[in-house]
Design a protein around this ligand. Sequence first.
Ligand SMILES: [Zn+2]
Length: 380
Amino acid sequence: MAEGGGNSKSEAHVDGSEDHDSSPSPEENTQDSISQRMEHILKSFQDFAVSDEAPPQVLEEVSFEGIVKYIKSGKCKNIITMTGAGISTSAGIPDFRSPGTGLYDNLQKYDLPSPQAIFEIGYFKENPVPFFTLARELWPGSFKPTPCHYFLRLLHEKDLLLRAFTQNIDTLERVAGVPEEKLVEAHGTFATSHCVDCRQKYSQEWIKEKIFAGKDSVPTCEKEDCNGLVKPDIVFFGESLPSLFIERVGKDLPKCDLLIVMGTSLKVQPFASLVSRVDPSCPRLLINLESPPCGGDPFMLLFGLGTDFDFESERKYRDVFKQTTCDEGCFELADQLGWGEELRTLVKSEHERIDKKKTNVTEEAPTKSSSKSPQKKSKF
Ligand SMILES: [Zn+2]
């Protein structure tokens, strides 16, 4: 799933330069991919070579406080957030990258040829049972959004959020009340499903009923003579990223005047490459527990590793790293912006509302729990 975007085809799509509808041949795709990759590499080297001409510094001071002042100044109107698994770990959702606690470690019981097989489309078509067993465990609705998710909602309510890009498939941004049009779920979503054979679309309610019908139950297409498997629209290995992601990357990132990256160590491409697609003067704040690969090493960039973040050098002028949990980072940001109380009240009241709804659902209609979250239909 989340790692599924890492194929070279998807990278070629990120700048939106490919026309999906014209269906280029695989050869054309490969050529495009190589030439775009070469262009990107050349640009990395050129940027590195001419980096003496520093872009204008937007922040009064290159620090967490400097970011706060910038937001308060009113000059910052289009914030883009990029989030990863780290923003959902405090909700209890397993981070499949953390050894020992990760999802992959818990997959041994399925006797898979490899841990990744559970998210490989070829394996899924042969044996979908492990995926649906896991989907029952991870099904949206069992988890509450974190303070970080509600911070995203606050950014929207303050009219500061241009777009929230997420690698997560847990739909917690939606549950927290971030409107669908502000959201780009780069690795897909459980909100809708499609037949893998005829592409017939199915709702979240429909597939939920099928998945939870019993142990080992597998949803199949209801179209006459099809009987194909129906899979939630999360991105598997070997599948393209959603077209909305490609479209939004091209349109939104040039407009961004503050990028906030949270809960990702930026090791997954093409998502990680987005940080380099904002304007060279655009300030960037990273809130994460783990230090990211950074420094703009052209050889690292060449292999799609690392980012051009510069938190440490004397020439730093826009990048700020706050090493902490996403929740702590968001509370600190909210406190300094004067929104601390508002954020705490929002988290408390929303969590109470979700708990109450769960209790009511359990008491009144134990089999009909699909309307737990205020989710709308997806565009995908
Ligand atoms: Zn079908």
